[in-house]
Design a protein around this ligand. Structure first.
Ligand code: THU
Length: 138
């Protein structure tokens, strides 16, 4: 994939986020979130938040998307696009930072999406410096 093709792919993915947001199950908070994890092969894995009547049993959008990536055989995260129904910038919660860290590449980026467009790019490791990870257990 050329740099131009990658840019177009990311733009298309960002444009699809508003439709993905409508699949979120946010019955209790009404705060819908959609995430797209792009793996090392450039494949996108999608997720939305899935809440539960037993509140702590709900899952975040990033968590759902990471599960989809691992299930499909992906093991490295290159980028994570995140959109919130509130249309504000939604950065991953603390628990999701830890979940992303497990698979994040050194150059992993968080891409905030608003109105179907990428509005902010954050280097993932700036959100979770000095973290505990797989290497600690090696
Ligand atoms: N949420 C996510 O899906 N991802 C985040 O990074 C922040 C929070 C969800 C969890 C819950 O369903 C709703 O947003 C309100 O916290």
């Amino acid at each position: 994939m050329s740099a131009r093709e990658i840019a177009t792919f990311e733009e298309d993915l960002a444009a699809a986020m508003p439709a993905l947001l409508t699949r979120a199950y946010a019955r209790y908070s009404n705060f819908t979130v959609a995430a797209a994890v792009i793996d090392e092969d450039g494949v996108a894995h999608l997720g939305v938040n899935v809440e539960n009547a037993a509140y702590p049993s709900g899952t975040c959008a990033e968590q759902t998307a990471i599960g989809a990536m691992v299930t499909a055989g992906g093991r490295k995260i290159a980028k994570v696009l995140i959109a919130g129904g509130s249309n504000t910038v939604v950065q991953p919660c603390g628990a999701c930072r830890q979940r992303i860290a497990e698979f994040a590449s050194d150059t992993c980026e968080i891409i905030s999406v608003q109105d179907g467009r990428a509005t902010r790019r954050t280097p993932f490791w700036s959100l979770l410096p000095d973290s505990f990870g797989p290497r600690d257990l090696d």
